[in-house]
Ligand binder design. Structure first.
Ligand SMILES: *[C@@H]1O[C@H](CO)[C@@H](O)[C@H](O)[C@H]1NC(C)=O
Ligand SMILES: *[C@@H]1O[C@H](CO)[C@@H](O)[C@H](O)[C@H]1NC(C)=O
Length: 383
């Protein structure tokens, strides 16, 4: 077994990060993670914000759960498909006290969450109080309470709790930064947005280190998506000057900030790999996966790159999915489109279940990862 492992690891040293996932990675053993701990914003919130504040209304959840399931989508999110791929149940939100089960992990993500503290610099109203630092604090409390209560069999129902020995074997998924970039776009000039990025990336790094210091070892980090391709950005554009939109119709300046954030995040992850000697940190190029889908929508089985399935958004109006409002002088309700499975954007900001499935299928295989390891075998990568 030891020889087997060594040869697997040697195989890994030979990878070039530039090549896509191939047969050699698929010879690695499977990690069989006992749990997933997820940190993030609405892209991976499976009901945290809904439990803490107000739940979304129908038609949210209509495709898969047939009820609003605390997710900003008609169905499942990428993190749900990741859990499915790893043979684990969908994650219970840490903030949801009813019906939750943490045996196989927990979800600390909340809609609107930022990397930065909400009270710092340009982060004002409209973001979640559960920023990344607080999510890591919630994780710490969950872990400490688990150890405390586990000592006494009678004190709690162990079946719904994590097992203490599982924390170091779990997969830690992080997908956050989009709201920091979005807050900057709303509040700051392009120069100031770029100047703020090192602070955001530094805070991201500090929190990843905190997780490592508290026992996390296997990290799967998503970079941030092409924010300038979100329909809420593109529908507001009127008579653009040449170059304002890229050749696919996305707002170039917004995507450039996301790309710069991603570049700095990737550099920081390379540094962290050498500092955190027992960590495996996989960097996942979510930007390219989402951009690839949006810019090739028709060939990928979707109608159009920028259609919004639920709600109405245009110049001078925003009626969010599930809400009522006024558009061009008439009262409307933001209901769902007839065929969500052919549309990429659910509500102008978040993706449909069909798009999430498309993206998840590609990232779990390792084709967007550095190094290009499939998620199920990522724990065996050593830098
Ligand atoms: C923001 O809040 C944190 C506590 O959560 C505090 O330590 C920090 O000093 C605050 N920052 C500012 C700029 O007020
Ligand atoms: C509102 O009016 C604008 C301008 O005529 C039009 O482009 C847009 O499609 C209208 N929106 C809806 C939801 O009908």
């Amino acid at each position: 077994m030891i020889e087997l492992l060594i040869s697997f690891l040697l195989g890994l040293f030979l990878f070039s990060p530039a090549t896509s996932a191939n047969a050699s990675e698929n010879k690695l053993p499977k990690c069989n993670y006992p749990a997933i701990y997820n940190f993030g914003d609405s892209n991976s919130d499976t009901g945290g914000s809904a439990a803490a504040f107000y739940p979304p209304a129908l038609p949210s959840g209509e495709t898969y759960f047939h009820r609003p399931a605390g997710r900003a989508s008609d169905g499942r999110l990428i993190i749900d498909f990741i859990a499915g791929d790893l043979g684990l149940p969908y994650l219970s939100p840490y903030l949801d006290s009813i019906g939750s089960n943490y045996r196989h992990g927990a979800n600390f993500a909340t809609g609107g969450a930022t990397v930065m503290r909400p009270n710092e610099s340009w982060f004002v109203n409209g973001v979640s109080p559960f920023n990344l630092e607080i999510q890591v604090e919630h994780y710490t409390q969950l872990k400490e309470k688990t150890f405390f209560f586990y000592k006494d069999k009678k004190k709690c129902n162990r079946k719904r709790m994590p097992r203490p020995k599982d924390f170091s074997k779990a997969l830690y998924v992080i997908d956050i930064g989009q709201n920091d970039v979005a807050a900057g776009i709303r509040k700051l000039s392009i120069e100031l947005q770029k100047a703020a990025l090192p602070q955001i990336v530094n805070q991201f790094k500090v929190q990843l280190q905190n997780l490592y210091n508290r026992g996390a070892r296997n990290f799967w980090v998503h970079n941030t998506g092409p924010i300038g391709c979100l329909p809420v950005a593109t529908v507001k554009v009127q008579n653009p000057v040449p170059g304002y939109l890229d050749k696919h119709g996305c707002v170039k300046s917004q995507n450039d900030v996301a790309l710069e954030f991603n570049k700095q995040l990737k550099d920081e992850i390379v540094n962290l790999r050498s500092q955190l000697s027992e960590a495996v940190i996989i960097y996942v190029d979510m930007y390219s996966a989402k951009y690839g889908l949006i810019t090739d929508a028709k060939n990928q089985g979707f109608e159009d790159s920028f259609t919004i399935c639920c709600g109405y958004h245009g110049i001078g109006y925003d009626v969010w999915c599930g809400n009522k409002g006024n558009v061009n002088g008439s009262e409307v309700t933001g209901g769902s489109c007839s065929n969500p499975s052919a549309v990429i954007s659910w509500d102008g900001v978040h993706y449909t279940e069909a798009a999430n499935r498309w993206i998840a299928t590609r990232i779990v295989s390792g084709s967007f990862s550095d190094p290009p390891v499939p998620i199920s075998r990522a724990c065996f990568y050593k830098a």
